[in-house]
Design a protein around this ligand. Structure first.
Ligand code: DX5
Ligand code: ZN
Length: 220
């Protein structure tokens, strides 16, 4: 079980401090939401900001690219210190997906592929040999603080099955609306990596919030 707090809900004036705080509070990974105002209706930060944060923590940087044609910027995010890079299948020409995943892998970074709520899992199934993780969005990407879409549970379960069939240890990540009430059913459906923005950052005590998420995920 991997808990990945999303810095999107952190204090943007103190990103380095926030990253360090998450590390101290027991985060397994740090989730970094890159948004371009095109693929999603919001803009956050890019590779230079991630490179600056890289100086502040050893945490695994799980970089979630919500940008059109992300293949244009992979070298930048790799250089900035990403440990994992997640692409959206909907953001790219189909022909660009495999070369992009391979470029990420060749740099010793974990390649991942994501689907928005309305995108069927067929968009990722052809790439199972080339990913270390699949991300199922459980909200419409763009903003923190939205409600978990329960109707994504069957999709998570189907992907879990497909992953089991590969016999490879591909991570299954969920992102959006995770909290102490929703994480158990996502875990039961087969997810093992949980992004949580507001549930961690809005909590008075981030360490105990993450501890509770972890234990609820394990109880699944
Ligand atoms: C949404 C982002 C999420 C977001 C989740 O587009 O991909 O990572 O930070 O925030 P919460 O956990 O508040 O739903
Ligand atoms: Zn995200």
């Amino acid at each position: 079980m991997i808990i990945a707090p999303s810095i999107l809900s952190g204090d943007f004036a103190r990103l380095g401090e926030e990253a360090k705080r998450m590390e101290r509070c027991g985060a397994d990974w740090l989730h970094l939401d890159v948004m371009d105002g095109n693929f999603v209706p919001n803009i956050t930060f890019g590779a230079p900001v991630i490179a600056a944060m890289r100086m502040c923590t050893q945490l695994f940087f799980d970089v979630h690219l919500m940008i059109d044609r992300p293949e244009r910027y992979l070298a930048d995010f790799i250089k900035a210190g990403a440990d994992g890079i997640t692409l959206h299948a909907e953001a790219m020409e189909q022909a660009a997906i495999l070369p992009a995943l391979r470029q990420i892998k060749a740099a010793n970074v974990m390649p991942a592929l994501s689907v928005k709520p309305a995108t069927p899992i067929d968009a990722v199934l052809p790439y199972m040999e080339d990913v270390g993780m699949i991300l199922v969005m459980t909200v419409e990407p763009g903003f923190g603080g939205q409600s978990f879409m329960r109707d994504m549970l069957p999709k998570i379960a189907r992907l879990k099955q497909a992953i089991a069939q590969t016999g490879k240890g591909i991570h299954l990540q969920v992102d959006g609306g995770m909290n102490a009430k929703t994480i158990g059913c996502a875990a039961r459906a087969g997810a093992n990596v949980f992004v949580a923005g507001s549930a961690v950052f809005a909590a008075a005590d981030a360490a105990s919030a993450m501890e509770e998420l972890r234990s609820r995920a394990m109880d699944g």
